[in-house]
Design a binder for this molecule. Structure first.
Ligand SMILES: C[S@@+](CC[C@H](N)C(=O)[O-])C[C@H]1O[C@@H](n2cnc3c(N)ncnc32)[C@H](O)[C@@H]1O
Length: 297
């Protein structure tokens, strides 16, 4: 169960979810029609050291029943990649990746000259990531700055201390984050993003419907992944389902222009049809939205 101020590393609690999505990205990367090419994802999974989890990358058949696997992650990764590209094409030179986990965009995207990319996550998650990338002699393609802080704490102060400039437009992402925050912390997150966003800033995030049965999903996932390290976590224990504002509605009220796309729309946009899904996933996809928001100049 979650507690106020709880912490984790990459192989425990919420940290494990970052490794999980990295494993899916690594598997997607190996597909002939991959929507994301993340050569770093497999390095993270290898460094974490669980052979069964590595098997998930080598044998994509293991994901066969799981739309949460390959197809889904390709669409999600491409959606966020495109969000960053659109913002930089519009001239934005400051990015903040909230809950960066093992997101390697600061290394794999073709950022313009002068781009600064801030990555926020818990200290041990960023420490693991930094070590793996250093061991691989990887070089970031932007000025990458780590901000090791909890998103339930005063993260704006930590961000500004690393050089973030609220007077410049920012491109933000919060990918795979929101249900891991208590409702009040999620509401505070958006209020702070709004305060820190100069006109011309933009944000992308993924949101779940309010009536998702995460326990049903967790039970299925635990059973399906029982031979891997992911089978040892109960994802429903990591999530909060308490009340919170709807991000699209809230941002719209603050004057942002918002657009919410269901998974089917991404599937059509990227020509990657969603496969038929089993019930635990179907009820999760129902109500899921990929949200983009722009603060007008
Ligand atoms: C499912 S992973 C997603 C990681 C990354 N955005 C991606 O899509 O690959 C969730 C991430 O949220 C981070 N996270 C969740 N709650 C957090 C908090 N309160 N403070 C900092 N990071 C948090 C976790 O450490 C983890 O890296």
């Amino acid at each position: 169960m979650r507690t106020e101020g709880d912490t984790w590393d990459i192989v425990s609690s919420v940290g494990m979810t970052a490794l999980f999505v990295a494993a899916i990205r690594a598997a997607e990367t190996k597909q002939p029609d991959a929507l994301v090419h993340d050569e770093f994802a497999a390095l993270f999974v290898a460094a974490a050291g669980d052979p069964d989890t590595n098997r998930l990358i080598d044998d994509p058949e293991l994901w066969a029943d799981s739309p949460l696997g390959l197809g889904f992650m390709g669409l999600r990764s491409k959606f966020f990649d495109d969000h960053f590209r659109a913002a930089t094409e519009a001239g934005v030179r400051q990015a903040v990746i909230l809950a960066a986990g093992l997101d390697a965009r600061a290394y794999r995207l073709d950022w313009p000259q002068g781009m600064v990319v801030y990555e926020i996550d818990q200290p041990k998650v960023l420490e693991f990531k930094g070590q793996v990338l250093a061991d691989a002699h990887a070089t970031p393609t932007a000025d990458r700055r780590e901000v090791a802080v909890d998103l339930r704490d005063n993260w704006p102060a930590a961000l500004i201390e690393e050089g973030f400039d609220p007077a410049r437009p920012t491109v933000w992402s919060a990918e795979g984050l929101l249900p891991y925050l208590p409702g009040a912390a999620q509401d505070a997150l958006f209020a702070r993003i709004d305060q820190l966003s100069a006109p011309g800033s933009s944000l992308a995030t993924d949101t779940f419907g309010s009536d998702v049965d995460f326990q049903q999903l967790a039970d299925f996932q635990t059973e399906q992944m029982r031979d891997t390290s992911f089978g040892k976590i109960d994802i429903a224990d990591l999530l909060y389902t308490d009340d919170r504002s709807d991000p699209a509605e809230w941002l719209t009220k603050q004057g942002w222009t918002t657009k919410a796309a269901p998974p089917e729309e991404l599937a059509a946009r990227y020509d990657r049809p969603l496969t038929e899904v089993l019930e635990p996933y179907a009820q999760m996809f129902n109500g899921m939205k990929y949200l983009t928001a722009v603060k007008p100049s």
